[in-house]
Design a protein around this ligand. Structure first.
Ligand code: BTN
Length: 242
C-alpha cells in the first residue's frame, strides 16, 4: 500500500512505478486528495478531499491473452457491484464498467493495460468510489452515504472492497472461471434482457442487451430492426429514466 495524502492521479503514480520497475503485483496507490483525477475518454474525475475512495491497483496479468483483456474490466466491475450489493439492491453495472445506484453514478473505473507479446504485462486498475460526498457537480452522481442516509468509515470500506477485488483477481488467475465472471457480469448489467434506451447516431433508440462479445463489444437487439447490433465504446450513450 502506498498512501499519499495528496496527489495528481493515482493512475499516473502507478504508471510511474511500473515504468521504473518498482511495481510488484498487488501494489495499491491510494490518496485522500486526488487533484488531477482522470476519467474515461479524457474526462476528469472529481472527488472532494477525504470523502471518497480514489486508488489504483497494479496487476500483472501475464497469463491473460490480449484478446481476453475485457475480463479484467468485468472482474473489477463485478467486485464493485458485489461491494455495493451488500448495502442496496438498486445497483447496476453500466457497460462497460460504471456502477450506478438508482440511476446515478456512484463509481467509475479507468483501466490502463500495457501489452507485451500475446499477454498483458501490466494493468493499472484505477477506481473511484463515492462514499461520503453529498454535493456533486452533476445531478447524475451520487454516493453510498447519500443512498443510505449515513456516513461510512473509508478505511473499512476500502478493506471490504479490497477483499472482493482480491478474490475476483484470484478467480481470474485460475482461467477456469472466465465464463462464470462473464455470466455474473451480465446478471448485473443495465439493460440485459430488458428494454432500455440510448442514443445511437444522434437518435434515441430502444433495445434489449443480449450479451457481450469477449472483446467487450455490447450486443443489442434494436427495436424495429433486424439482427443483433454490436457496439464499441464510443458508439452509444445510455439514456436513463425515460
Ligand atoms: C470514469 O468513470 O470515467 C473513470 C473514473 C476513474 C477514476 C479513478 S480515481 C482513482 C484513479 N486515478 C485516476 O486518475 N482515475 C482513477
Amino acid at each position: 500500500m502506498i498512501y499519499l495524502p495528496s496527489c495528481h492521479s493515482t493512475n499516473d503514480i502507478a504508471a510511474e512505478l511500473v515504468l521504473n520497475g518498482l511495481a510488484e503485483e498487488g501494489t495499491v496507490v491510494i490518496t485522500d486528495n486526488q487533484v488531477g483525477g482522470r476519467g474515461q475518454r479524457g474526462t476528469k474525475w472529481l472527488s472532494e478531499p477525504s470523502q471518497n475512495l480514489t486508488f489504483s491497483v497494479i496487476l500483472r496479468p501475464k497469463f491473460l491473452p490480449v484478446a481476453e483483456q475485457f475480463l479484467i474490466s468485468q472482474m473489477v466491475a463485478l467486485a464493485i457491484y458485489d461491494y455495493f450489493s451488500f448495502y442496496t439492491n438498486q445497483v447496476k453495472i453500466k457497460w462497460p464498467n460504471d456502477i450506478y445506484i438508482s440511476s446515478k453514478k456512484v463509481s467509475g473505473t479507468l483501466i490502463e493495460n500495457a501489452v507485451q507479446g500475446y499477454g498483458i504485462s501490466s494493468s493499472i486498475v484505477g477506481i473511484g468510489i463515492n462514499i461520503n460526498q453529498t454535493r456533486f457537480e452533476t445531478a447524475r452522481s451520487t454516493s453510498l452515504a447519500e443512498a443510505l442516509g449515513t456516513t461510512l468509515n473509508l478505511q473499512s470500506e476500502f478493506e471490504k472492497l479490497g477483499g472482493l477485488l482480491d478474490a475476483g483477481y484470484l478467480r481470474l488467475k485460475t482461467m477456469k472461471q472466465n465464463q462464470v465472471i462473464r455470466d455474473l457480469y451480465l446478471k448485473g448489467l443495465h439493460g440485459y434482457q430488458n428494454s432500455v434506451k440510448f442514443n445511437y447516431l444522434n437518435e434515441r433508440v430502444a433495445g434489449v442487451v443480449t450479451g457481450i462479445e469477449n472483446s467487450g463489444r455490447l450486443l443489442v437487439k434494436l427495436e424495429g430492426k433486424e439482427g443483433i447490433y454490436d457496439f464499441g465504446l464510443k458508439e452509444i450513450e445510455w439514456v436513463w429514466d425515460e
